[in-house]
Each structure stands twice: as C-alpha cells, then as structure tokens.
Design a protein around this ligand. Structure first.
Ligand code: CTP
Length: 456
C-alpha cells in the first residue's frame, strides 16, 4: 500500500476529492492532503483531516504537526520543512481537481502555496486531473500549460466529457470519477514497481524533465474501440457486447504518456478521454474506411474494436414485418478483415497490436496463429468464457503474445510470410500474462510491451 499526496485546488469538483480519499484509505493507502486557499471555499480542511486522520496543509510556511509523516508512519525527531518532507515521502502526488489557475501556476513553476511548492519538490510521479468549464479547458492558454506539464513528465489524467457544474453546460472538463483517479494513481505506482524500483527517487528524472514518457511524446497512436453493428433492417442490427472500455483505457493511457491519440469509436456510449481526437463509426465498413484514412499517419495501432466478421447480405431499408417473414433466414456475407488489410500496407516504424477474444483451451494457440497470419507485432488475448473479465467488465486479465522477431515486421514487409517462415515465427513468439486488474492498468501493461517492441 502506498503513500499518496493529494493536492486539492478550487472548484466544485473538490467534493470528489473527498470520495477519492475515502476510496484510497479504504484500499489501504495512506493519504496526506494539501489544499489551495480557494479550495477551502468548497471543502474545509476539517473534512479531509477527518478522512485521512492527518493534518491538512495550505500555506507553504505552515508547520506540520505530523512532521511530514503519513498516517501509520512514525514522525521524524526533527521538524522538517513541510513542503519538502511531504513530497519526499509521497510515492505519488495527485492534484485533483486541478483548476485552470492551478494548472497555469504549475506550468509557471510557482511555489506560492503548499500545493505548488510540493509539485516543484516532488520526485515521485505527479498526476494532474483537470476540472473546469469546457471553454476554460479548451482555451489555448490552458492547453499550452497542460502540454508544458506533459513535456516535464507530469501525467495529465482526464478530464472526462459530460455534464459540467454550471447549469446547461456540457463538454470536456469533468473531473475523472474518484475510482478512476485511484486507478490512475495505482497504475502510476505499478509503473514505478515495474520499472524495477520502489524507490521514488527513480522518478527524480521525471521532475527534472527527463521523464519516462519521452518515448511516447511524438508518437501518433491509433486506437479502435467498441463493437461494430451491421444493419439487418431499418431498426435492427447484428452487434456484439463490446462496451469500448478497453479501447478507451488504451487511448487514455497513451494520451497520458504524451502520445497524439486518435480514437475510432464504434458505438461507444461511455465518456471519451479528453485530449483525444475521436471519430465515431457504426459498421465494420465505416470502421474500415476510417482506419484506412488514419493508418498511414500512425506509429502505433491498437486494434481493440470487436469487428463483425459477417453482415447481412441484403439489409432491408424498412422494418422487416413479422407477418411477412415467417421463416426468415438471414443471408450473411463476410466483411473485410480490417487489421489483416492494414498490415499488408504497413510501413517501416509502425507497431501493430491486435486483440483476440477467445474461448476455451485452444485460445492461445488460435491467438498465436492470428498473430502470425495477420502480421502483427503483438496480440492481446482474453478469455471470454469468464464473466468477471473482458466484454463490458471493469477488469480484464490478458495474455500478451509478441512476435519474437517483431522488428523484422517493422521493416516494411507487409506481405504475409511464406509457410516455413510463418512456422518459424510461430515457434518464436513470447508470452506474458497480466493478471486481473482494472482495464487502465492492463492498458499500461500493453503500452509497456509496445514500448519494449519499439526498443524504448
Ligand atoms: N478484426 C478486424 N476486422 C475484422 C475482424 C477482426 O480488423 N473483420 C481485428 C480485431 O479488431 C482484432 C483482431 O482482428 O484486433 C482479431 O479479431 P478476432 O475477431 O479475434 O479475429 P478473427 O480474424 O475475426 O477470427 P475469429 O473471429 O474467427 O476468431
């Protein structure tokens, strides 16, 4: 369990920070809170102090009765400087909600309050969760400030798109939900551990601008999400149960690492991650058209959409009437294998990842075959016979198969390999399992594999 430092700035969404503290402490994390003065107009320090069981600090010169210790820790014998001790002990620093004003001050490196001073002193991962009116969020100044923070290795999470605080307003600017904030913190902590060190000083480089997200900064990532729907008549369709959660998590995680992300969303009805260009599609043919248009520009393709393999051969323009169709037999025709088609036109430097929802004992063998036949660098397999993971679930558990010689595929060889070469590749695939976790964490693990494949 980790030490989480939470910075709360002013905004209606500050109430969600309370719920975040409740969830984080219930999950066993030790939380300390620093607040800006204006956030106290929304939530008083007493509420955070009661929920964390620790003093809350506001001013940069404030004496900390706990001497920088987190709940459960022994305070040091001396009285350290609070704005240095708290971030030094923290394993992750989350600023949520981050108002436009706080983001501007963070980008300018201002240390006029405890929140800003801690951000400058932090050597752990720093996560900033914006929350504001959509016009303020979209303003060039805010976007430039967020980009500055990203360039320095800060992870910007959200905002989500949806209903905003002021009546009638809708758009990008909603603070992520408390459980999503917690998932993002845990994902950042998991990355620290995966990096092979629990030592927060390993992130000192991030604070100095030498951040781990550098490999993603200039990358263009294309993500497909959701499930296609093939019309049967004017009101019915053949579809599947994909909610798009895995694709959204991938888009959010790639954006947080600094990539330019385009999302092709097939019938996704969940909030879309902010900062991601989105194209909405319905059918497999529409998804194919959008993919073909976007593919050449992308460096990484994450093909998480569940694409229909068949569609009604002659959809009716009107509603099929029961009385007129006693023995209705549907004639289906195959759709194009979009991923297979894209791999044939791949260029050097692209990394292609497919997804396979498989059933039963032969899942890995079948997925390995798809990895080779479709000419992919990696394929992410999940077992759809389990109800607690996969389609429309919050969590996932996957096995990631990689073509051992992934680099050779990136040399611009779009053609399918001849039998013997394919056979040799089949024998050289590698696999790793990501055990059951929230989809955002699984997405981070997939991006780590992509990074390795690209030599990052
Ligand atoms: N895919 C695609 N176009 C299709 C079908 C699938 O691009 N018409 C992509 C999916 O987005 C996924 C990968 O191919 O990334 C594997 O999808 P899957 O349905 O498991 O593979 P299929 O080749 O359709 O094999 P099958 O359904 O027979 O298992």
């Amino acid at each position: 369990m980790a030490r989480i430092l939470l910075g709360v700035s002013g905004g209606i969404a500050a109430y969600k920070a309370l719920e975040f503290v409740r969830l984080a402490t219930a999950a066993g994390h030790a939380v300390r809170v620093v607040q800006t003065r204006s956030s106290q107009r929304f939530i008083g320090t007493a509420s955070f102090a009661a929920l964390t069981g620790a003093p809350v600090l506001v001013s940069e010169f404030e004496h900390d009765p706990a001497r920088g210790a987190f709940p459960g820790e022994q305070p040091p014998a001396h009285a350290p400087l609070s704005h240095l001790e708290l971030p030094a002990r923290a394993e992750v620093y989350l600023i949520a909600p981050a108002s436009a004003n706080t983001i501007a001050k963070l980008a300018a490196g201002m240390a006029e309050d405890m929140l800003g001073a801690c951000a400058l002193a932090a050597s752990c991962p720093v996560l900033v969760a914006p929350a504001m009116n959509n016009h303020m969020y979209e303003h060039a100044a805010t976007q430039a400030n967020l980009e500055t923070l990203r360039e320095r290795g800060v992870e910007v999470i959200g905002p989500a798109t949806g209903r905003l605080a002021s009546i009638g307003e809708h758009g990008a600017g909603r603070l992520l939900e408390p459980n999503e904030l917690l998932k993002a913190c845990e994902a950042a902590l998991a990355r620290t551990t995966t990096a092979g060190t629990g030592d927060p000083s390993a992130h000192a480089g991030a604070a100095a601008g030498l951040d781990a997200a550098a490999p993603w900064r200039k990358l263009r990532v294309l993500v497909t999400a959701g499930g296609t729907r093939e019309p049967l008549d004017s009101v019915r369709f053949l579809g599947n149960s994909s909610s798009g959660r895995m694709g959204l998590a991938l888009a959010q995680a790639a954006r947080a690492r600094g990539a330019q992300v385009t999302l092709i969303a097939a019938n996704v009805y969940l909030p879309l991650p902010a900062g991601v260009a989105c194209r909405e599609v319905g059918t497999a043919a529409e998804l194919r058209e959008a993919c073909v248009e976007e593919f050449a520009r992308c460096d990484v393709l994450l093909m998480a959409a569940a694409v229909a393999d068949f569609r009604p051969a002659a959809p009716s323009a009107t509603k099929i009437k029961k009385a007129a169709s006693h023995d209705l037999v549907l004639e289906l025709e195959p759709t194009v294998d979009v991923l297979g088609e894209l791999t044939r036109s791949r260029r050097a430097g692209q990394t292609l990842v497919g997804f396979a929802a498989e059933h039963g004992a032969d899942a890995l063998r079948d997925a390995r075959r798809k990895l080779i036949d479709k000419g992919l660098d990696a394929i992410v397999v999940n077992d759809i016979s389990r109800e607690d993971i996969g389609f429309d679930a919050e969590d996932n558990e996957v096995t990631i198969l990689t073509a051992a010689n992934g680099r050779s595929w990136r040399a611009g060889r779009g053609e399918h390999a001849d039998g013997s070469e394919a056979h040799a590749r089949l024998a050289r695939t590698t696999q790793m399992t990501v055990s059951k976790a929230p989809k955002l964490l699984v997405a981070e693990a997939i991006l780590d594999v992509v990074e390795r494949l690209r030599g990052g």
